[in-house]
Design a protein around this ligand. Sequence first.
Ligand code: DHB
Ligand code: FE
Length: 279
Amino acid sequence: MAKIVGGITTSHVPAIGRAIAQNLQQDGYWKPFFDGFAPVQQWLDEVRPDVAVVIYNDHGLNFFLDKMPTFAVGAAAQYCNADEGWGIPTLPPFAGDAALSWQLINSLVADEFDITSCQEMLVDHAFSLPMKLLWPQHDSPPVRTVPVCINTVQYPLPSARRCYKLGEAIGRAIGGWPDELKVVIIGTGGLSHQLDGERAGFINKEFDLRFMDSLAANPQWATQYSVEQLVEFTGTQGVELLMWLATRAALPGQVRELHRNYHIPISNTAAGLMLFDNC
Ligand code: DHB
Ligand code: FE
């Protein structure tokens, strides 16, 4: 049986790619951010998952405004990264796990989620940079991957409650897979940030910390809010916290918070990181 061994949630700011390329991890601006990852890297070294299911939002690389699925799952043997115009190095292709991808797709559709299945899929900074942050010593991460995209770019967006239910369904899909696999769920995005408009630069530490606190013991807390309320609380792009909610919802059983980091600002973003395991 496949087993979910834990969940990791992290921000995915493109500037991280430039900092890694320029070796700025110990630079004063970046140190409090990069140092936060050491305990998570150590946990991954000990637990050694076989597969990472990566829940993220595509920002216009694979899907554009003309065709925007609410939920999409990759089902390819590998996923290429490509230039998005941020001026950061393109990373080598990431290995897929097509069999587990199809298990997710079949199980999610049976669970009444309408999934776009992608047998070719480019992955953007929201997928590639967390891989570099979590496995910095590896050119390619030592896991096979299953990308899951949630639309947080083009309205209407799925509600927090719907994303929570998607996460629960992902958890069931993995739990129903007969292969002996250790699976880690990785959710990327957030926390509060707004890149454009009158509130550009908006950050809400109070809400972010409350949200992080809720995830271990009371994970449905944020599902009481509409997408519009979440945007008001966290900024236009802060709504990427939906990826964190889906990740947490996928974890079965009793969940423990093993580690967190929170640092303001990284670029325009309140950068958050959490690690959970389940016993
Ligand atoms: C930034 C944050 C993001 O989540 C993103 O996708 C792009 C840019 C930023 O803060 O610069
Ligand atoms: Fe983003």
